[in-house]
Design a protein around this ligand. Structure first.
Ligand SMILES: Nc1ncnc2c1ncn2[C@@H]1O[C@H](COP(=O)(O)OP(=O)(O)OP(=O)(O)O)[C@@H](O)[C@H]1O
Length: 263
């Protein structure tokens, strides 16, 4: 369960480069909600995810995960609660370590002590089973270095690792955008399967509006640091890409009108 309460984040405050990335943003996700996030470039989507993950402190407001404020919890501690997959396939895994060592590290997330990258026979068996579900043959390459894998294989592995410890919230930041269409489709299908099987509460940023409509049970649209539209359930399922484009256009027109009135 996630509760984002009136958060704001301004970069380079009080300088000529000041950028209000998030403006009084609130969002509640019930357990099992799968919310897709769309918005134009610079709308604040990644900043919202980074705020939840603890990449930087927010200026105002609070963030609750499972009912507890994480505002003062550093990013490495939040990692036990928050799973992440980034756009860059290189970002979620350690290239110099083997597949099984990466998986062992994922099990370790958010814990103070443990086996580290140590791999026991029991763990190895579990890793093989989990990797087989990716249908990429990685279960036979446990000791291969992750740096040797393709982008699609690394994203699939990152996804598996992110879901491994059943995080309270899974954050997906355009995680299929850097892949070719076939690999993107495979990772999208895996996403649906893992989220559904583990009943993961998920927030997924995408620029692909068809994907935003077809995946998940809710969709939010951001603009200039605010959530400006939300649709869920049957209404979401019946939404078309044209509907969303019309929303974008009307918001931009409204902003331009506001500015014109202020001029
Ligand atoms: N670490 C940072 N330092 C300074 N400015 C930042 C930082 N992160 C984001 N911004 C600025 O905050 C605003 C929102 O950026 P953000 O990356 O959240 O947008 P986005 O909706 O994810 O955009 P995109 O679709 O292009 O990825 C932008 O103007 C961006 O330049």
């Amino acid at each position: 369960m996630l509760d984002v309460q009136h958060i704001s984040k301004t970069f380079f405050a009080n300088t000529i480069n000041e950028k209000r990335a998030i403006v009084d943003c609130s969002l509640h996700l019930d357990e099992g909600d799968f919310v897709t996030v769309i918005g134009s470039n610079g709308a604040g989507k990644s900043t919202l995810l980074n705020s939840i993950a603890g990449r930087f402190p927010v200026d105002t407001g609070d963030i609750l995960i499972d009912g507890k404020s994480v505002k003062r919890m550093p990013e490495y501690r939040r990692a036990g609660l928050v799973g992440r997959v980034f756009q860059d396939p290189m970002a979620g895994t350690a290239p110099e370590l083997t597949i099984e060592q990466n998986l062992a590290l994922a099990l370790q997330r958010g814990k103070r002590r443990g086996l580290g990258i140590g791999v026991t026979a029991t763990r190895r068996r579990r890793f093989r089973e989990e990797l087989a579900t990716l249908e990429l043959g990685l279960e036979d390459r446990l000791t291969a270095r992750v740096g040797l894998l393709s982008g699609g294989q690394r994203q699939a592995l990152s996804l598996l690792m992110a879901g491994f410890t059943h995080p309270s919230i899974l954050l997906l930041d355009e995680h299929t955008a850097a892949l070719d269409p076939a690999r993107a489709a495979h990772v999208t299908a895996l996403t649906e399967r893992i989220v559904d099987a583990e009943k993961l509460t998920t927030l997924m940023v995408t620029h692909n509006m068809e994907q935003a409509i077809s995946l998940g049970n809710r969709l939010i649209m951001m603009h200039e640091g605010r959530i400006i539209y939300e649709v869920s359930g049957d209404e979401k399922a019946q939404t078309t890409v044209d509907d969303l484009l019309a929303r974008f256009a009307s918001v931009k027109d409204a902003v331009i009108d506001d500015r014109a009135m202020l001029a």
